[in-house]
Design a protein around this ligand. Structure first.
Ligand code: SF4
Length: 260
């Protein structure tokens, strides 16, 4: 791997630097131990100089933007050369819930945003009807930031190469819970090879610490298998309990369920 200073593209240099530091366990975007506080705020040493005395949440947002710039320039695995747009993820730096999918599909690859195709529309309904949350309130990301050709399953080396980007986002947002959508996201976040059926529907701790995980079906799977929506609804109860949210049906009287 070339030294960052030898790379002619400064965005690529940033991407490589972030990757090297993340692999070494010392990220310039990591939240200092003293940052603490509520609201998922983070202070990024790499951006503090640029943001001066900005509020911590603003620092986290700036650091997340730096991650997105790094992802946009990343060529750590072959998928970087095949994408139309990288899809780093999006959402508030103070989100209590981070939704993690598998990787961008065709629509996401074209638009550079996560979950904007039919599965994304179903995700919006799941969040709204199942959890009473709007998309604007959650951070949405994927394990892979670039689309695998033909939406094939991610290769293990691709997941390994891309993992530091997602870990950096988790470290910066500091959500209270990760909602893993589908087998690949669940296995990646939990460091497990167990089938989704053995992982879904309960709060599970990650081996390395950090926010715990609730796993459920990917919306694309639910589109193909509508009968699984009831199980997804049951899985969401663990999210509601962990976050201390009342079911939307209690708040709004809407009894139509999380999906349609
Ligand atoms: S999939 Fe991840 S590791 Fe591979 S090029 Fe894209 S951003 Fe980089």
């Amino acid at each position: 791997m070339p030294a960052p200073s030898a790379d002619p593209d400064p965005r690529l240099a940033l991407a490589e630097l972030l990757g090297q530091l993340a692999r070494a366990g010392a990220s310039p975007l990591a939240r200092p131990a003293s940052a603490g506080g509520d609201g998922g705020a983070a202070t990024a040493a790499g951006t503090a100089a640029a943001t001066g005395d900005a509020a911590p949440a603003d620092d986290a947002a700036a650091a997340l933007a730096a991650v997105a710039a790094g992802v946009a320039a990343c060529r750590r695995c072959p998928l970087g050369a095949l994408r139309t747009h990288a899809v780093p993820g999006e959402g508030p730096a103070t989100a209590r819930l981070m939704v993690v999918g598998e990787g961008p599909g065709a629509v996401e690859d074209r638009e550079g945003r996560p979950f904007v195709g039919p599965a994304g529309q179903l995700l919006d309904r799941i969040l709204e009807r199942g959890l009473g949350l709007s998309r604007r309130e959650v951070f949405v990301a994927n394990v892979l930031k670039c689309r695998p050709p033909g939406n094939r399953d991610p290769e293990p080396e691709e997941r390994d190469a891309c993992a530091p980007w997602l870990e950096e986002q988790i470290r910066l947002v500091r959500p209270e819970l990760l909602l893993a959508l589908g087998r690949h996201a669940a296995q990646t976040l939990l460091g497990s090879t167990a089938p989704l059926g053995a992982l879904r529907g309960r709060v599970l701790e990650r081996p390395g610490g950090g926010p715990p995980v609730v796993a459920t079906y990917h919306p694309a799977y639910l589109l193909r298998n509508p009968a699984a929506k009831a199980a997804c609804w049951a899985d969401l109860q663990a999210v509601l309990r962990h976050l201390g949210l009342r079911p939307p049906v209690e708040r709004t009287g809407n009894r139509s369920g999380p999906t349609r």
